[in-house]
Write a protein that binds this ligand. Structure first.
Ligand code: C2O
Ligand code: CU
Length: 459
């Protein structure tokens, strides 16, 4: 240790007083380095898969903080192209939202950016690149962001389950053709290798143990239908936000970016397995399978109770609300005739030449003017018509919304809504977070091909 004599100390203290105080010091800030890495993705029979990941891994390091704590991370860009980080689902300061060209400049190669924000709501969130996402997220630039309740329900294991859909070659390498117009105009870049990563990497549990499973669908474009076998319990939160009334955890449908927290008790007995399966028209695929190593106490567990509510404003009425409809068009079999791109009216053919194939209210790509401008405290209703032949997962930055149900009641708080083809759904929220917030399809191929707009909340 440096042992300064008192006189030297005084001298250096005086010198320091002359220097302008740094606004923030990041000496202890943890780094998220976006860089190349190699991971054993498929099995030891296959070569390692080259990925892009935070600190070289995929998923990136799991971030866990207490509710209300600050998250401080320095993004170091060691890629050959710009990048940013978006903190998905966090009601965040607009300047920390990570949208290049909207809330910050893209972080150039060999430079860094300090993210520093508060996590106001407990729950399951995630972080990911928001630049060239069809490639950067597909290559692995994402991780879990868990905000813990001060009084978390008691469980034996709290497990994050990140579910992804990879498109791999025979030698387990990521298909580098990220921008196929065929994918972009249909259901997106669907993979051929589904993977669930459990953190911690548990391989066995006991019968009767209680688990909290935090599912995060990080797939580029695929909707995940997940089932749990040998476990029984309740969905307690969606997109991070607690449900007032937990619902039985049966089939979980998670569109890209959506999350679900479930609390389950292991019912499988010794010799059986507790499994997470992917359900499709073909045979189910086991994504995770836990051995049962004995039995925990049979002592009756308390009933699974709702999680404590987050300090977020919810809708009570729609009185005085501003209504701005959103019409989704385009894609294959969509019959789109024309659209505006970069301020110019184009035929569908011209749009496709520009890599655009989907429109929101007739505009492909981020429009110059927002979809809506709302004042703080004002309620915005967005009736959405999916006038296309595909499902879309619309994600609002900076706010959670509620669905306005046909009977006039309000659905659970969400940040991403999965809208089936030809479906009409309405969302609404009361603006409480000033800034420019993008609102886009989280099927990243659709986003890249036009499905992105924004909402301005004025202060
Ligand atoms: Cu998780 Cu703009 O996205
Ligand atoms: Cu979409």
């Amino acid at each position: 240790m440096l042992n300064l004599k008192r006189r030297q100390f005084l001298a250096s203290a005086a010198a320091a007083a002359l220097l302008p105080k740094p606004a923030l010091t990041f000496e202890t800030t943890e780094v998220l380095e976006a860089r190349e890495g190699a991971v054993s993705m498929v099995s030891s029979d296959y070569p390692d898969t080259k990925i892009w990941g935070y600190n070289g891994g995929v998923p990136g390091p799991e971030i866990r903080v207490q509710q209300g704590a600050r998250v401080q991370r320095r993004l170091v860009n060691s890629l050959d192209e710009p990048t940013t980080i978006h903190w998905h689902g966090i009601r965040i300061d607009n300047a920390m939202d990570g949208v290049p060209g909207v809330t910050q400049e893209a972080v150039q190669p060999n430079t860094s950016f300090e993210y520093d924000f508060e996590a106001p709501d407990a729950g399951t969130y995630w972080y990911h690149s928001h630049f060239n996402t069809t490639e950067q997220i597909s290559r692995g630039l994402y991780g879990a962001l868990i905000v813990e309740e001060p009084n978390a329900p008691e469980v034996d294991h709290d497990i994050t389950v990140v579910v992804d859909d990879w498109r791999l070659s025979q030698d387990a390498q990521i298909d580098p053709d990220f921008n196929q117009i065929h994918d972009w105009s249909h259901a997106g870049r669907l993979g051929n290798f589904l993977k669930a990563t459990l953190t911690p990497a548990l391989t066995e549990v006991k019968q009767n143990q209680r688990l909290r499973l935090r599912f995060i669908c990080v797939a580029t474009d695929r909707v995940m239908n997940l089932a749990m076998l040998g476990m029984e319990g309740m969905v307690v939160a969606l997109d991070g936000m607690p449900l007032d009334t937990p619902t039985p955890a049966e089939l979980l449908t998670l569109g890209p970016a959506q999350r679900a927290d479930v609390i389950v008790d292991v019912t499988a007995a010794q010799g059986e397995k507790a499994m997470i399966g992917f359900i499709s028209r073909e045979d189910p695929i086991a994504l995770a399978s836990l051995d049962i190593s004995g039995q925990a106490s049979l002592a009756r567990r308390p009933e699974i109770a709702p999680l404590p509510a987050n300090p977020i404003q919810r809708l009570t009425s729609l009185e005085g609300a501003q209504t701005v409809p959103l019409n989704m068009e385009g894609g294959a079999m969509g019959g789109l005739q024309s659209g505006i791109y970069k301020g110019q009216q184009m035929t569908t053919e011209e749009l496709v030449q520009n890599g655009q194939i989907w429109t929101l209210n007739g505009v492909a790509g981020l429009p110059e003017t927002p979809l809506a401008t709302v004042a703080l405290g004002e309620t915005l209703r967005i009736p959405i018509l999916n006038n296309t032949a595909f499902a879309h997962a619309m994600h609002m930055h900076g706010a959670h919304f509620q669905e306005v149900l046909p009977d006039g009641s309000f659905g659970p708080l969400r940040d991403t809504i999965l809208i089936e083809r030809q479906e009409a759904r309405e969302i609404a929220f009361t603006a409480s977070n000033p800034g420019d917030w993008v609102f886009h399809c989280h099927m990243l191929s659709h986003q890249a091909a036009g499905m992105i707009t924004w909402v301005k909340v004025t202060s």
